[in-house]
Design a protein around this ligand. Structure first.
Ligand code: HEC
Length: 195
């Protein structure tokens, strides 16, 4: 360019390297070196890579995003996107009514749940499960769901790793039999009235 020809190029006295004008601090001058070849190539490769990436993921959508990959794997493993088993997502679930299942449910109840909800379900740390009120829903599938996901920030863990699907169904079915009973010292109602 015309301008460059007229400009006097400053050089480092010792090495003869071209100095960048205007870049001086505490008498330290910056050299006008070209960028290292490996760096430039790396830069070019990242640009080429990004074009390929956008093309594959956003244009032709040939590969799933990481979060979709995760969802797919959860679905394949029998869970939905929020980590709930497929069991919970189904509002058509019907409570088990046979004696063996309810007896198995009661056994789980006494072993795992009684400590917080008390034997009769009247509530202590956990809410009263006998009254006509509920925080997470009164229907059987709501109960199944809350047992699976838990309410960790309120003090109840998710039971899905502790209990098998059929055990969750058994204990949830047992809870349904507690509704409407009148154990002593019931905890005050929490949540919304059941419809
Ligand atoms: C460490 C104490 C603890 C244990 C053990 C526990 N829970 Fe809970 N549970 C709670 C708390 C606390 C809540 C209320 C969470 C809230 O307030 O949001 C709750 C809520 C519930 C609810 C929802 C009630 C509503 O009103 O919607 C159900 C159903 C339930 N628990 C069932 C169970 C079952 C079944 C077990 C045993 C497998 C169990 N819980 C074990 C503390 C516990």
């Amino acid at each position: 360019m015309e301008m460059n020809k007229n400009k006097t190029v400053e050089k480092d006295e010792l090495t003869g390297d071209v100095l960048l004008s205007g870049h001086e601090s505490d008498n330290i001058r910056e050299l006008d070196n070209s960028l290292p070849k490996w760096w430039v190539w790396l830069f070019i490769i990242t640009i080429v890579w990004s074009v390929g990436y956008i093309f594959i993921y956003d244009v032709i959508e040939a590969a799933p995003y990481q979060q979709d990959e995760w969802k797919n794997e959860m679905a394949a493993a029998g869970s939905n996107a929020s980590g709930q088993t497929v069991l919970a997502a189904d509002s058509t679930l019907v409570a088990l009514a046979d004696e063996a299942s309810l007896a198995a449910g009661k056994e789980i109840w006494l072993k795992q749940c009684k400590v917080c909800h008390l034997e009769g379900g009247q509530g202590l740390v956990g809410p009263n499960l006998t009254d006509n009120f509920s925080i997470y829903g009164c229907k059987y599938f709501n109960v199944v769901n809350i047992i699976i996901v838990g309410a960790p920030e309120k003090g109840m863990i998710s039971w899905k790793t502790q209990l098998a699907d059929n055990q969750i169904k058994q204990v949830a079915s047992f809870i349904m039999t507690l509704q409407g009973t009148t154990p002593p010292n019931p905890k005050a109602p929490q949540g919304e009235p059941c419809k």
